[in-house]
Ligand binder design. Structure first.
Ligand code: PLP
Length: 460
């Protein structure tokens, strides 16, 4: 593949063709991902997005049920967030030798709406960074080395966050990771108790609902008891609300389902309103003081872009809209109806193994095919997502740690009719296919048809 021998300008990028983009992506970003996206038909050129809807270059409209893995609680390009960005366009965006008024207001607001006594904020740019901050804070505050997390958890892919992520596939190539990390089964109280009673752990970090693990809701009482056990053993209880936070599960924070009061909480994704990268690690005043409450420790953990004006302005406006429009309660009502409909389908259609979730964070798990190579058996979810996209213009994706589960995490502004359309589409697919072979063959045929159609269109 020829190397690009010039600077590509923004204007040229916007005017580029689909094949330019495929070439650049494959040559300069990730060739394997480029071919995977092409294989499942996700190689279209999207040219516009607003709320729930995305349009491609051929003028077809799609419903976004993936929602940026939980980053689009307010949908694409929310006009008030674009206006918030414009409203600060003349302020200095980055000026570290000052106390940023917008970042300070964001921190105060986050403390006000967060569960329990969370007060201090570390503002950053991603979920993994918020988790890094939480892990470092826990070690510095407790003086302990151990970090406990759950099997099948997902906390990000930087070194610390990866070290507490409960999937060997992601960790193995990077060993040795951060020392002192151990894992317990999610939702099982006994092994957690055994580990925590050793008194070795600085923190137990847990997702209130496992997202990438396949949208797994823990048994009732598990998180409350885990919090109690953490209190009894001097371990910090760290909630990773990066994906569940800001209304997704039907409350502003998933912690509210169990009246949890974490010592530390990680946030990101939808905090940036789908427009800007923002993360936050909140902690109680007491924990923060133990870790950093001295002049010589006050700069131990920092970030150049954390708390920049534009990101903070969008985050602040995002919180205002979420609360003003009562979106968490709407997610609860719509999610319950959607879940009920999908669970009804699961009882009738043999392709579906289980449907589960909370609010608008819903997973549909398919039965693993019994035959065929391992990598194929794990990807029935990908075939269903391919068909949803190709035939029904619905964007979805499988979960990272459990590819036979697809997730629906639409913007919280999704309408009842749009939910209905997604459920009808899934029902159509699952009612017409009994197994992976049928689904995959249908997908391959559909993709070939599209390719032929495109080639034909180009040649006339
Ligand atoms: C629960 C959870 N924590 C952390 C992360 C990492 O976030 P980011 O991709 O912004 O680094 C994710 C990402 O999916 C997540 O779901």
């Amino acid at each position: 593949m020829a190397r690009v021998n010039r600077l590509v300008t923004l204007e040229q990028a916007l005017a580029s063709t689909g094949s330019d983009v495929k070439e650049w992506f494959a040559a300069y970003i990730n060739p394997e991902l480029a071919s995977l996206l092409t294989l499942v038909g996700a190689d279209r050129r999207y040219v516009a997005a607003c709320g729930m809807t995305v349009a491609d270059a051929d003028g077809r409209e799609y419903l976004d049920f993936l929602g940026g893995y939980g980053s689009l609680n307010l949908g694409h390009n929310h006009p008030e967030l674009l206006a918030a960005l414009a409203s600060v366009s003349e302020l200095p965006n980055i000026l570290q030798a000052s106390m940023n008024p917008v970042a300070s207001a964001l921190a105060a607001s986050l403390a006000h709406i967060s569960p329990g006594a969370l007060q201090k904020n570390f503002l950053c740019n991603s979920g993994a960074e918020a988790v890094e901050a939480a892990l470092k804070l826990a070690r510095a505050a407790t003086g302990r080395e151990g970090l406990l997390s759950c099997e099948q958890s997902f906390h990000g892919k930087t070194f610390g966050a990866l070290s507490v992520t409960g999937r060997t596939h992601y960790r193995a190539p990077f060993q040795p990771l951060v020392p002192g990390c151990d894992y317990v089964p999610f939702g099982d109280f006994r092994p957690l108790q055994d580990r925590l009673r050793t008194g070795r752990y600085a923190a137990f970090i847990v997702e209130p609902v496992q997202g990438e693990g396949g949208i797994i809701v823990p048994p009732a009482g598990y998180l409350w008891e885990a919090q109690q056990l953490c209190r009894d053993t001097g371990t910090l209880f760290v909630l990773d609300e990066v994906q569940t936070g800001l209304g997704r599960t039907g409350y502003l924070f998933a912690a509210e389902h169990d009246q949890l009061e974490p010592d530390v909480m990680a946030l990101a994704k939808s905090l940036g309103g789908g427009l800007v990268p923002v993360g936050a690690c909140l902690s109680t005043d007491d924990v923060w003081r133990k870790a950093y409450g001295r002049r010589d420790r006050s700069l131990l953990h920092t970030s150049t872009f954390g708390g920049n004006t534009r990101a903070s302005a969008v985050a602040l406006k995002t919180l205002e809209i979420l609360l003003r429009d009562d979106l968490p309660a709407k997610a609860q009502r719509k999610g319950a109806l959607f879940l009920q409909r999908l669970q009804g389908m699961a009882e009738r259609l043999p392709l579906i193994k289980e449907v589960r979730g909370r609010g608008l964070m819903i997973g549909v798990e398919f039965h693993s095919p019994q035959a065929g190579p391992e990598w194929v058996r794990g990807y029935l979810g990908a075939a269903v997502c391919g068909l949803l996209l190709e035939e029904y213009q619905i964007i979805s994706a499988f979960t990272f740690n459990n590819p036979n589960t697809i997730r629906f995490e639409p913007p919280l502004t999704v309408s009842d009719e749009q939910l209905q359309r997604a459920a009808d589409a899934l029902e159509d697919i699952c009612a017409s296919h009994r197994d992976f072979r049928g689904t995959a063959t249908h997908l391959v045929r559909t993709l070939l048809r599209r390719k032929l159609h495109r080639t034909f269109r180009k040649s006339v």
